[in-house]
Design a protein. Sequence first.
Lengths: 429, 479
Amino acid sequence: MNDAVQFAHRYDAALAQALARPQPAWLRRQRGEAYARFQALGLPTTRQEDWRYTALTGLERTAFAPPERVPAAHLRHTAFDAVARRLVFVDGGFRPEASTFRDLPQGVTLLPLSEALLRRSAAGELLQDAPEADALGAFNRALWRDGLYLELAPGVELPEPLHLVCLGTPGHLAPLRHLLVLGRGSRATVIEHYLSEGDDAHFTPAASECRLEAGAGLVHVKVAEENEAAYHIGRTLVRQAAGSRYLSLSLAAGGLLTRTDLAVRLEGEAAACTLNGLTLGRGRRHADHHTYIDHRQPRCTSRQLYKGVLDERARAVFNGRVRVAPGAVGSDARQMNRNLLLSAAAEADSKPQLEIFADDVKCSHGAAVGGLDAEQLYYLRSRGLAEPTARALLLKAFAAEVYEALPAGALRDALEDWLAGRLPGVGRD
Amino acid sequence: MANVTVREAVEREYRWGFVTPIEQETFPKGLSEEVVRLISARKNEPEFMLEWRLAAYRHWLTMQEPTWATVRHPPIDYQDISYFAAPRQKAAPKSLDEVDPELLATYEKLGIPLAEREALAGVAVDAVFDSVSVATTFKDKLASLGIIFCAFSEAVREHPDLVRQYLGSVVPYTDNFFATLNSAVFSDGSFVYVPKGVRCPMELSTYFRINARSTGQFERTLIIADEGAFVSYLEGCTAPMRDENQLHAAVVELVALKDATIKYATVQNWYPGDKEGRGGIYNFVTKRGECRGDNAHISWTQVETGSAITWKYPSCILRGDNAVGEFYSVALTNHHQQADTGTKMIHIGRNTRSTVVSKGISAGHGSNAYRGLVKVLASADNARNYTQCDSLLMGERCAAHTFPYIEVKNPTARVEHEATTGKIGEDQLFYLMSRGLSAEDAVNMIVSGFCREVFKELPMEFAVEAKKLLAVSLEGAVG
């Protein structure tokens, strides 16, 4: 059997395990159908346009299994401990004893998704309303173990950022599914944080779905910093009603292969989203950001800024698609992708796309790839800075633009500290 | 122009739609190995040419028609096309006097006064009437410089070594579905060879014209600029009105050796179909140039206003060090026209530079897509690319898309891409109209400015024609 055929059946046991857990009948059916769909579609190949620059051959050859029991969490200190309460998942399963979120205000429902489906009918309705999935979406839909369910009643504000710590352990599959429902005018900040235990390969397929009712606001930070052997395939679908605001910050700073798909549907008038991303590339890391913003209603605004700092043999892919539907007049979309190549073996591939079906719009995109500007370096050195210091300063400034979209405060400071130790190309001669 | 009403201008009938009733020799419809052999025999081609055609045909049989472009059309029946049509003539003409008067009259109607142009415009015209070149002017003058400018079929017979050396070296017969089809059945086209160090003293020009009903045009053009040579080539087209869709699958290959420069300009005005989108030409073209030596320079300029569907990507392979590639394009789609066009810039040599300026204008139900690739290989130290593609939308049912691909594998490269999409600003219109301009003139002026960067790359006479072509479709598209 070839790798693809083997892959299609490799997760049969994982499916059996997923079906054996307590859950509503419709979910079992959904899992079975999704698995069949995944088997029929197979893993995407580089012949498919959406996977042109990202090969999954390594993933195809490696076997990952979900552990029977959720392993204990061996948590170290993370950058966000001081600014957020946390929920811990290990290999896709919930570890309540490691979690610190308590004393929730009125109107906040916070549960593991598996439990929410048994207790809240709204959660089930939303999951059943999911659009048809592509191969890896179906894979996730079939096998997910657990995840976050957050529901905010109208007008409620989550007092502190919520920090989801998602750990993967060696050789294991950690399939997660999160569902965030923000009622009218509610506010929340959520950090999805993906980490590894140990240095061996593991595989995290993660799917998040966010619903923003009219006027709701969500700040959604995703930090993927798994170990150098890990595979991460994440996808987020955001649906925004009128006047809602969504801010996404996606930081790809780990993994052998990190793929992030972010789709935003602007379904109500004057909704706005800002999607920022940063790839920190070193070693053989391959990070792929795909975004798709669908302007379906008039007067929506979208902003995108994706950047990459690529050293050694790292490769960054950006594929940003903006669609303006017929009738979505007054749409305002901007998109920018910038990559810094620091080594001769690094590579950046960029595919910004605009698809416009309305005339009264303002849309633009830009892309730039290059090395550090010699003149800027010279300027700083002529002011007495040593070369490593000058480089570090330029790189820091380059990266800072990405998180400056966050409101000033403890979270932004924490991110800045987190980034300081992780910039590639800093501290070299 | 200002007094023409909006509706009138937009709905103006295709001016150059007429059919010249000339006796034609046409093969029965359909494609087979037999037809390929017949084409080759009919043109007295040497053995190597037939072998090449057959190899292409056999390869074509294994290929699938591509579907990735943002264009829609009913399936093409390749067996319902006649693959060869030649105006019937007793013997090859030695001068214009011997050319069929009907044919000359057609050119008159088109505004190509072949007889006058020789004296007046200083342009050598290799007029392609359907598939066979019927008259070539200025041949002697060019010959004295060692420049070969002739019909492709003539080059195959007279200069087989050159053809053999360069044919398919930029666009191999395996390249893509339509290029492969062309390689098997190409009818005729132009051949240019400019020897070492020679600067071609005049603009070389060819008018292509589709005339016979249901005859696909499979032009093949090959231009070689030897070391240090310079040539500027103009291609322009008009086509008669008819209802059936016609397939036009041309191939253009450019080879620029060390220090050579080739400038290739196109004004494309094939029949675009009627207001409802019926009829019109399918223009599926493969155009590619290779800067094979150091300091070579290839520049593509195109103004695309015609065809029901335009699908082409004039490209540059920048192999030599310091090579330069340029692409300047205006594509306009009105009514139900569709265009998917752009360029590829492949940076291989060191210090290679490329510039891409693309202006798309969509009106009515038109759909306009820019699709381009900028690829910098690891070997291309200090490569530089600048790309700008702007879209102008007129009307709420048109569409504009931008699909650039950027692949960079060298840290010393600098690649920049910018794209904007929008409609004509109300403030701009207001400003011009407050200065006394009519709405139509204001729109024309703004569009003219929008396209200026491209028009200034065109030779003078083409720039004038291009502006006129745009004006016809643009007036009143906003009102």
